[in-house]
Design a binder for this molecule. Structure first.
Ligand code: OGA
Ligand code: NI
Length: 406
């Protein structure tokens, strides 16, 4: 028995968690495989430690809802578009989440995408098993819980992922046959909508309209089709643990079951399903480049006795191998609002995100210490300098030759 197994679920000292994780993984049929067997209790690997359940914040009973933004006026004329941009910025600053309606993607395509994802997860196990993998270099993978061997309780969820962060593209022949056509159509439409939202965010931040698009976040993406089977003991586990997304933005499509919750003013607020709507949220990368103006907030999915629940997450991430350096946008920083983060490459950021302790925010690692100090003032000056080498030379110069600078 490993030490880890006794420590994590202190209530059950004799259970070997690592062995159970491996046994579950080797079956390659995911959480749905357990439900198909007719289990009426959940295996220990899914049970959250008692401590974590005790620490849970409450769910809001007030009539609170994430902002709902009508996009029908976008592109009509300047003033109307600017108004939508303003609403999107308000929502991104205050909630980090919003729902968009009249976004231009037909309801039929949204419904077909959900149906396509459902068909993938509910097809013959033998076909599905061929996609089962945890190999991060692969574009198309099916598995249960991407952080299965790191988390202290597994989530009641299976996922099919199409991840282009390494390649920037997907060969259609690699997609599962059962949902290939609808996926290609959905990807095409969501990228277009994502670019429109990036344009509105740029405008709302007072930047030129294609500023955020030029950061190349829509160049590479990750589409994840989640399947949350009905759970016999939902109070003991979660569908998705509390987390913030690593993306620039995420566009999420959920079915009508519900379960997604957003942390707002220290309480969980349900994101109510709206037919035809898409949910948009700001990810960590955009929080950092916006210098904390836009917020990447915690969210989670609770488990339910009803199901399956299907959701389709589309993360705008950018190419992991891009040589581009990211950091707080220089137009958004000033002496009064100094940069809060150091520059980073997407490789550094995304690698840190998957390797960090799960309960820690991904962005803390990139925070500049002592904002208002010499370091952050130097960083502010450097942001006006175009090339890396020049910036390095000036940094050294400021630090060593001008100790009186601050
Ligand atoms: C995610 C996520 C929410 C959902 O995939 O990052 O937050 O409703 N999903 O599935
Ligand atoms: Ni998320």
């Amino acid at each position: 028995m490993s030490l880890q197994s006794t420590m994590i679920n202190g209530t059950e000292p004799s259970y070997d968690r690592t062995k159970d994780l491996k046994a579950f993984d080797e079956r390659k049929t995911g959480v749905k495989g357990l439900v198909d067997e007719g289990k009426t209790s959940i295996p220990s690997i899914f049970v959250r430690p008692l401590n974590d359940r005790f620490k849970d914040l409450g769910t809001s009973h007030e009539n609170l809802s994430v902002p709902i933004i009508d996009m029908s006026d976008v592109g009509k004329y300047g003033e109307a578009t600017a108004k939508v941009a303003e609403q999107i910025i308000w929502a991104s600053e205050n909630w980090g989440f919003f729902q968009v309606v009249n976004h231009g993607i037909p309801l039929e395509l949204l419904e077909n995408m959900i149906e396509g994802a459902k068909m993938f997860h509910e097809q013959d196990d033998e076909i599905k098993k061929q996609f089962y993998s945890r190999d991060k270099s692969k574009v198309v993978t099916f598995n249960s819980n991407y952080d299965f061997y790191k988390s202290n309780a597994a989530n009641w969820r299976d996922s099919l992922s199409v991840n282009t962060v390494n390649t920037g593209k997907v060969d259609p022949h690699e997609l599962p046959l059962i949902c290939k056509d609808v996926m290609l159509d959905y990807i095409h439409n969501i990228i277009k909508l994502g670019d429109t939202i990036l344009m509105l965010l740029s405008m709302g931040l007072g930047l030129k309209p294609d500023y955020l698009k030029e950061l190349e976040s829509s160049k590479a993406w990750n589409l994840v089709c989640h399947y949350y089977p009905a759970c016999p003991e939902p109070e003991l586990t979660l569908g998705t643990s509390k987390h913030a997304d690593a993306s620039f933005i995420t566009i999420l499509l959920q079915d009508q079951i519900g379960g997604l919750q957003v942390l707002h003013h220290n309480q969980w607020v349900n994101v109510e399903p709206i037919k035809g709507a898409l949910i948009v949220n700001i990810g960590d990368a955009l929080q950092m480049v916006s210098n904390d103006k836009l917020k990447s907030v915690y969210h989670r999915v609770i488990a339910k006795t009803i199901g399956p629940r299907i959701s389709i997450a589309f993360f705008f991430k950018g190419l992991i191998k891009s040589p581009k350096l990211y950091g707080p946008i220089k137009e958004l920083i000033s002496e009064e609002e100094p940069p809060l983060y150091r520059d980073f490459t997407l490789e550094e950021f995304l690698t840190h995100f998957v390797n960090r302790p799960l309960d820690q925010p991904g962005i803390d690692h990139f925070k500049l210490k002592n904002v208002g100090s010499k370091a952050s003032k130097v960083s502010f000056l450097l942001s006006y300098c175009p090339t890396l080498t020049k910036r390095g030379v000036i940094a050294l110069f400021l630090y060593s030759s001008f100790p009186f600078y601050v």
